[in-house]
Design a protein around this ligand. Structure first.
Ligand code: SF4
Length: 98
């Protein structure tokens, strides 16, 4: 599955829906947070600034629950997006004239 990131925009009212339906990814610490255990950077926060990627071992398993949370958050502040993989163009070595 493609890499993706999840973050919380401003406006969370700490209702707990996200943490209830997807506890591997979300937890409440005053407001909703994206768990460090679920992220490549290991930091627990809203992931608003860092936009860290969800760990590879969770992506497939958590995707359905995250999609539900994005739809069901009453404040519509949970966001996720696929991460485009950077592909370096292969450039032929220049042929030097003898
Ligand atoms: S579902 Fe939305 S409003 Fe409720 S705790 Fe999660 S992010 Fe906050």
């Amino acid at each position: 599955m493609d890499a993706y990131r999840v973050w919380i925009e401003e406006g969370c009212v700490a209702c707990g829906v996200c943490a209830h339906y997807c506890p591997d990814v979300f937890c409440l610490q005053g407001e909703s947070r994206v768990r460090g255990e679920a992220r490549e950077d290991g930091v627990t926060d809203g992931n608003y600034y860092r936009k860290s990627i969800i760990n590879a071992n969770l992506r497939e398993r958590a995707a359905g629950d995250i999609a539900d949370v994005v739809l069901d958050c009453p404040m519509q502040v949970v966001r996720w997006e696929r991460v485009e993989q950077a592909v370096e163009a292969l450039v032929d070595e220049p042929v030097l004239a003898a």
